[in-house]
Design a protein around this ligand. Sequence first.
Ligand SMILES: [Zn+2]
Length: 216
Amino acid sequence: MLSTCIVLLACLTASVCQAQFGVPWRHVPAVVVIGAEGDARNALVNDAISFWNQSLQELGSGFRLPAATHVVQAFPEHALQALSQSIVGARVGSVVVPAELHDLPGELTIALGNADFISFASPFFGSGSRRVVAIRSINLFPMSLPNVARNVIVHELGHAIGLGHNNDPSMLMCGRPASCRPALFQSAVPRVFALTDDEKRQLIAMYPAQWKPSPR
Ligand SMILES: [Zn+2]
């Protein structure tokens, strides 16, 4: 019972988490989304990629995320749960990516989970060339609230390209240690929350106009 309470509290207070800020991609990652056909999160991932590419374009960056490839296949949800708990509970740098996740099909793999875990973006692994993002079920609170899943997915992709957290609850990348809750993204009108000026500066610093992929 005690462990149930701890997990529940963790989900209520930190449904979005973070890892490894300020480290850009050195190449254009192959983006693969693993999820069931008809899962509403598939379209939200496409929208999130468009959001980040539009933001990068407006900033004059030379980096873009490619369109995602969508696949339907089994993936180890228990490993995603373990990694989620590791990221939420650990200091950055002490996160271990389970071996089962090293063979995911993308370089940036976005897993649309069904199990109960806190959405996350992993640190780089696999010689710094891979990351995994896992998204909590849209049927679970607070993802089930209108406009929350949209912003959680954009938020996690923000981590996946190198952004960290701010402490302004009106902003997209608000998160721990601030007391932001994903439920704050709730809105009757679909909209993506804004980036701070500092985050825009971070993006163009990581991905300048002359950004080019490094040789692999
Ligand atoms: Zn976060």
